[in-house]
Each structure stands twice: as C-alpha cells, then as structure tokens.
Design a binder for this molecule. Sequence first.
Ligand SMILES: [Zn+2]
Length: 290
Amino acid sequence: MSDSSKAITLLSIGAHPADVFDQSGGTMAHHVARGDRVAAAVLTHGARVHDAVISSQMFERETVPEADELAALMQERADNKAQEVRRACEALGFNELYFLGLDDAALLLTEEAVRQLARLIRDVRPNIVLTHYPGEGNGVTNQHAIGGQIALYAMQLASNVDPGDTNPPHKVAQVFFFGTGAASVRSDLWSAAGGFTNDVFIDTTDVIDKKLASLDALESQGYGGAYARKRIETADGAFGSGARTPYAEGFIKMNAEVHYHLPVTERALAMSTMSDHEMIERQSTRHNAG
Ligand SMILES: [Zn+2]
C-alpha cells in the first residue's frame, strides 16, 4: 500500500466530544506530523454524556432544576467540555475543530443534521473521513451508529449542490470507520451480528503519549487520570494485539482499494521475517505513565 505523497485533508467525525480522540487520536497525530491538514467535527454538545455535573450529580438528586435553569447549566457544561476538547486537539497538534451542537439526548438521523454536516464537508473538503461504523451496536439506537449514518448521508449530500450553500460539491476519496470491539468483549445481543472486521490498523505506539494527553484533557467526563491509562491499555492495547504491536487504532475501510499490483505493506514483509518470540517481545511494551 503506497501512501499518497501530497498532503491530504482528514476529517474525523465523532458523535460525542471524546470519540474522535478515543478512536483516532494517534492516527490524527501521525497525519499532523506528516503535514496533512487534520480537522475534527463533534456532532453533539456532549453536555449529558458522562458529565460530572449533568450526568453524575443530577443522578443523585431528589429533583433536578427547572427547565430554564437546567438549560443554562447544560450550556455552561457544554462550553466547559468544548474547552477541554480544544485542549485535547492541541495535545495532538491541531486546532481545526467544529462543533455541530446537536442534542445528545437522542441523536437522530435528521435531515437537519445531515444538511449541516454536508455543508461542513463542502467547506472543509476532506479526502479522507474517519467516523463511526454505521452498524455499531444494534445499528438503530446506538448513538455512534447514528453518528456514522449521519456522516454517510452527509457525504452523499455533499457530493451534490445544495441551494443556500455556495461551496461546490465535494467527493470524499475514502472512508475509514472507527474499529469496533477492542474496548469491550462481546456481551450483548447486538454483538451476535457481524459481517465486518477491523481491516486497517494504524500503529500508534510512537504517539501514545500524545493520545494520553488528549484523553487527560477531557476531565469533566472523568477521562483524565486513571481512566485514560486504563483505556490506553485495554482499547489501544487490544487493537495493538490485533496488529502485533504495543498500541494501535483499528479501522474498517468502506471502499475496496484498487491497485495495479497486489498490495503488501513493508511492515507485513518485515514481520514475515520475525520469529514468534521476536514478535511477542515486540508487542509486549507497556506504557508506564503511572
Ligand atoms: Zn461516544
């Protein structure tokens, strides 16, 4: 697989504020380092998701504040989360960040959401889109799946003109869905479905510190500190095992690749010359961040 030699534009689209970092932080850091343009879009404001005030404190109370007060508090928490997300981007070396501000109560596949994201795509003009696998979980109410579906429809719409948007149509060259399965064992009815596999791994071992710093920035949802470290070991470490390397991020590519010769990576050739023990030693490095 030969890499494109000219700079490309990447857009990582996540349902919630932490998703793009959890699922593609290391990969984005690599592309920033190569000189590519990297941008991230967060579909929901994320005020409800794992927030220390909205999702934790409210859970303990007898009654929650009246509508106006609650709405103001949620706005404040959303703003706080947005600041953390900006810091998470900085940890990875980029600052092009878009918030679509959709409600995270029930993220729905609506025309409004699709149209808003399509406009962003016509504006940013990404060559590669990273987003959630549209069949994640049950593929129906799973928020990540809906995020992936909104992204797919938005790419469709973006490849056409839309009255009110003066940007010309834009086509995305390749889509990589966030890999699934590394962070959790199959433990519910929906896991019985399948038919897809993580078929692209990005070895993120060299930028795992940057990814850790980006997760540490997401304090208000409890990601900083212990959770970030556990997550790196269990999710990135599990993807790493699949890729025979300490840490990796997994993806599922949408379009088949077209080549002139049969593709084989430099890495696959190098690994085919390693003994089993060399391979095990190679993937056993652990991040010692304390
Ligand atoms: Zn999420």
